[in-house]
Design a protein around this ligand. Sequence first.
Ligand code: IFM
Length: 442
Amino acid sequence: MLPKRSDFPADFQFGVATSSYQIEGHSFGGAGPTHWDTFAATPGNVVRAENGAVACDHYHRWEEDLDLIANAGFDIYRFSTSWARVMPEGRGPVNREGLDFYDRLVDGMLERGLKPALTLYHWELPAPLADKGGWRNRDIASWFADFTQVIADRLGDRIWSAAPINEPWCVSWLSHFLGHHAPGLRDIRATAHAMHHVLLAHGKSTRVMRAHGMKNLGAVCNLEYPIPADDSPEAAAAADLYDAYYNRFFVEGIFKGRYPEQVMEAFAPHMPHNWEDDFALIGEKLDWLGLNYYTCKRIAPTEGPWPAHHEVDGPLPKTAMGWEIYPEGLYQFLTRLSREYTGDLPLYVTENGMAAPDVVEDGKVEDPHRIAYYSEHLAAVQRAIAEGTPVKGYIGWSLMDNYEWALGYEKRFGLVHVDFDSLQRTPKASYLAWKDALGSRG
Ligand code: IFM
């Protein structure tokens, strides 16, 4: 069973999240090509070479989807705007149809009493900008600021909260060092540039929104809890390095104006010119920090070039992603973030959830595993709050099954099942559990 709304402080808010490319259907409405389209069209990158061309067809079914969110009693809808839908070339001309879509969507949220929590960039970079080096090119910060201005001008008066970029680690490390996401690079220099530029773009975009008068601006980082694979000092050092480039790089950049030494030992020769001068911009004042949390990783040292470690299998039950279920990590991160980085600044869990091979039987989807996952993680949030950590909201991933990037459509994270042939939505038992827990909104 999920804890009830009344088990949380009166001002605590609940929401669900999605992202544009994962649900909208990128082939509709005049959107331009993105690096995810080209990445997916290249053999070996994405399971069955699936892409976001149709996805959940949210572009046409958005009213039904907003009804689902409102009817469950959620307060917040965390969504993203597709840069390539709004500016098909990435710069210059605006696609009116794309901007109108987001305008209607935001009005639709407000009509249903939902708070629009905007993410400006959730990974579908316009292909013409990828051609110019994408996140490796320092100019991306200015291109992104221009896109931010377009969005702020049109939507800024009705947005409840905004964050520039979803999960800087995925945009940079996962995509430029591990090569698992677009643009699929495996290059330390590209990674060092991307990691710095993503923060620079975050800062510039924040400045644009602040100057426009938008309020409640934040950042959304994904953190993964590193556990040394054994008791050796070598494993402890390996886990600490993992923590440095995965977790600390971004929060330290934003909140302390520096990067972890362990990372700079390897990155120093590869950093963009004069990177040290950018911290004033990177550290633009924020109103909250969002944490996307899913799992822990067991880290062991290994022979070979930096970072010279690897992940080993852990003993805990796993989700369909192969991720261990470790709610303790959420509690640890919330308390640590507040203690070491953010102090009294409000914290939000901006994503948390699990994938499972859910099926519809007799018109129902039984997913007790997901209800258990959510209730264990909500208990971790409650523990952090009880100790005085200023956690102000919890947003589940995801409203509905959707395009799980390189893993295509088979990893189902939704509270609502989507049949990707008929596009029919079926609320799962976890959706009904949320509805029961939240009750009606005041
Ligand atoms: O689906 C993704 C989302 O796009 C970003 N955060 C993690 C989710 C699950 O992998």
